[in-house]
Ligand binder design. Structure first.
Ligand SMILES: [Zn+2]
Length: 406
């Protein structure tokens, strides 16, 4: 057979290739083999009818925490395969759960074993996210070592993370906990490794001004994650985005949602969107707490932006093609010929679906995204509505449970 799998009649949105319309997508040997208005279904071993659904590149969530073995008490991690594949997410970037000290264990037990593609930002703190204090203690930060580990594992590591910036976490500033401490160390490691940084600017202390952070500290390509958390002065009371935000964007600094359990407020995000300042990237910051809070999943977080008025194609672009570019994996987040066949089939359900933020406030919503099928490297890894399955009356007896009993 010419193709292994054919997804027919779906509405394909592939922003990287400027495709937005009804198309068939054929897969062979785990790769995209053909995207065309019509592909002969007799050429495929398996055919799935996606009529009424959207067929998009597998979603890329560049801010999650997927190291469930990790003993960080304040932020238990989730399991990438269990929690992400069923939501259309085929690639994720763990945002600094580990530092260089534990990276090999993380690689062995999570990165190399997951079906979901797991990449990572390496935490600038040697021991990663063990607690808030350790993440600010500059004696635990070794930019040279971090850079050499990133250079040694370019397949897995996309850049440097510093998190929960809180120089006041210790009683006073001192040589071990100076202003800009973890931020400067991360940027130094980014410079040495030739990669970008994702910075969680924590509590945004007064002696480390936010405008200086985005216009002077961050380099082009660096990311401020959690941009619409309440503590960041991104937009004024009249709903006007501050000039330094535009200046930072002009310089190439990137702004990421990183929703999480405490980092998205409509009063900032909705206002910014209305003033024409969308986030560059949509991401969840999923961990064991945010997954049952306001963030919930990549599709839920995307649905929030869709219901705030972001056009559908833009929502998809900021969750696929754009994050792929940002992490320097341009082969991902597209349905280009020859690229890895990572695909999400999603539908939009109309109804009363309100969305909440981390300030316990909500917006009225009229639709939600739902994952119908997820394909990873050409294989169906989630099919919760049985799009690829026959009705039970027509199902051949001997295939039932087959894979489990063999
Ligand atoms: Zn995070």
């Amino acid at each position: 057979m010419k193709y292994d799998l054919l997804i027919r009649n779906g509405h394909v949105i592939d922003p990287g290739n400027e495709i937005n319309g009804t198309m068939d997508v054929a897969i062979k040997d785990g790769k995209i083999a053909c995207v065309a208005a019509e592909v002969n279904s007799e050429l495929a071993k398996e055919v799935v009818d996606a009529k009424g659904n959207y067929v998009v590149p597998g979603l890329i969530d560049i801010h999650t925490h997927v190291y469930p073995l990790f003993p960080y008490q304040g932020l238990p991690n989730i399991n990438a395969d269990d929690h992400l594949l069923k939501g259309g997410c085929t690639t994720t970037v763990d945002a600094g759960s580990v530092g260089w000290r534990d990276f090999l264990f993380f690689k062995e037990h999570v990165i190399d074993k997951s079906v979901c593609r797991v990449l990572a930002y390496l935490n600038i703190a040697a021991q990663g996210m063990v607690d808030l204090r350790a993440e600010q203690y500059v004696k635990n930060m070794h930019p040279q070592v971090v850079a050499s580990v990133i250079k040694a594992f370019p397949e897995d590591l996309v850049g440097v993370k510093s998190a929960h910036y809180r120089p006041g976490g210790r009683p006073a500033y001192d040589s071990e906990n100076p202003p800009w401490g973890s931020v400067d160390k991360a940027l130094e490691a980014g410079e040495l490794s030739g990669t970008h940084c994702m910075i969680d600017f924590g509590v945004c202390p007064v002696n480390s001004p936010y405008d200086e952070f985005v216009t002077k500290k961050l380099r082009p390509g660096d990311i401020h994650t959690h941009v619409f958390a309440q503590q960041f002065p991104t937009v004024d009371q009249e709903g006007k985005v501050y000039d330094y935000m535009w200046e930072a964007r002009e310089r190439g600094v990137l702004f990421d949602v990183g929703h999480g359990a405490g980092s998205f407020w409509f009063r900032n995000g909705h206002r910014a969107l209305r003033d024409g300042f969308p986030p560059d990237i949509i991401s969840t910051d999923l961990h064991a707490s945010s997954i049952r809070g306001a963030a919930q999943s990549m599709l839920h977080t995307m649905g929030k932006f869709y219901n705030m008025g972001m056009p559908l194609e833009e929502v998809i672009a900021r969750s696929t093609h754009i994050p792929a570019k940002v992490i320097n994996r341009t082969e991902l987040g597209t349905l280009s010929l020859g690229s890895c066949a990572d695909i999400a089939v999603i539908s939009i359900i109309e109804g009363d679906f309100d969305y909440i933020d981390n300030g316990n406030a909500k917006i009225k919503g009229t639709s939600k995204f739902d994952c119908r099928m997820t394909i990873r490297e050409g294989k169906i890894v989630f099919d919760g509505y049985g799009m690829s399955m026959p009705l039970w009356e027509e199902a051949p007896k001997d295939t039932y449970w087959k894979e489990y009993w063999q």
